[in-house]
Design a protein around this ligand. Sequence first.
Ligand code: ATP
Ligand code: MG
Length: 472
Amino acid sequence: MGNNYSHQLDNILRTVGSVADQNNMETYVIGGYVRDLILKIPSKDMDFVVAGSGIELAEKVGERLRCKREVVVFKNYGTAMLKYRNVELEFVGARKESYNRNSRKPIVENGTIKDDQLRRDFTINALAISLNDKSFGELTDPFDGLKDLRDKIIRTPLDPDITFSDDPLRMMRAIRFACRLNFNIAPDTEKAISRNRERIKIVSMERVIDEINKFMVLDKPSRGWLLMQKTGLLDMVLPQLSKLKGVEIKEGCGHKDNFYHTLQVLDNVASSSDKIWLRWAALFHDIAKPNVKKFINGTWTFHSHEFIGAKMIPSLFKNLKLPLGEPMKYVQKLVGMHHRAIPISNKEITDSAVRRLMYDAGDDLDDLLLLCEADITSKIEEKRIRFLNNYQIVREKIKQLEQKDFLRTWQPPIDGNYIMKVFDLQPCKLVGQIKDCIKNAILDGVIENSFEAAEKLMFEEGKKYGLTAVKQ
Ligand code: ATP
Ligand code: MG
């Protein structure tokens, strides 16, 4: 019979097969593990389907592997999970599923292996390999999944309109697999995603974002966003990004298409850093451009888009159910500052401008510079090289200044508490003003970075406001 993979199968699979034979249970390894085995991609997790009770087989396998206590049973779902030496084994009884219109939760009844394959999302995820001794290693492939693997195609086993309408999360999974495996989505399947795009609304945003983050970590995350845009899912999930698409022309003058520019910037940062939040910052760096776009004196302007963009970040994060703590603050900061380095890199660089950038960016300075460099997407080679060189100069300058005065962790030598103590003040605006004045004087190089110089200036400033020192 057809393809046999017995020589490539892990020992764990032999053990599961042997336990299944002892208990007279027809058992297969199915889904992602089989797909990745054929594609020669390492994968750790194994899904098993059994004609009978998945929970029973899991418990028997747990006994054999002497890790019965590790078996976690999900009675409601009829599944059981077992962790064995870093591998997650998941067991389910073969089932038939039917759906109702308002929920992704199916009505489940017992079924055959073929029924179980039919409920799978894609042909390449429906491949099963038999584990019973008499047919160990044999592939069961009722929908030509092997051919789709070879042709690099994502296709649903059933009518795609039914597959996607039943569980719309599968539309996101199609895009994620297309990105990760570098496959194309079959034209019929892709069209069905477009037709069913509104159905994504019944999926929780957490699940959608989970899929998005799975393609955001890949080498070329733009592919996922392009597919989202092409199928119309982007309008449902993140319409603000959709709005970046398009070029308007007035008096013969057009601006760049900010959607494709953004995706290029995203891929650029992805090629230089694995940090997921830097990638989100790249995705959002120009998000406010459509809101501030103006045509003035024959040219397009996007004034203040970075500040308005930063202001949009909290509500974007909230809608997308992204974490609202540190990651949000970080993205907000980078979006808000992504134009700060440009004037510095364009003109004669002064120490004080670079110091200010270092102070404001703090620990995120390196990431900010990566974003700024990634933002250079000009097609004119000469221009690109010139801009990149300018950033090189900024980086050199930072290195020099860093050695000079450890500015990244720098705090002014006098803080608000000291000012309040000296002048016997309660917390008030004046304290902040004096503190800022000292900070600015040091950053601008007007006074030296020492306690004595700072204290002297503090007394001078205090005098201006009629303050006298109670402590000397
Ligand atoms: P990954 O490498 O991300 O784990 P996977 O294909 O193993 O990929 P899982 O989410 O682990 O994906 O699911 C295991 C298998 O279960 C899939 O291969 C597929 O057969 C099936 N499956 C998972 N989610 C769905 C779904 N929403 N609809 C239909 N089948 C699904
Ligand atoms: Mg898996």
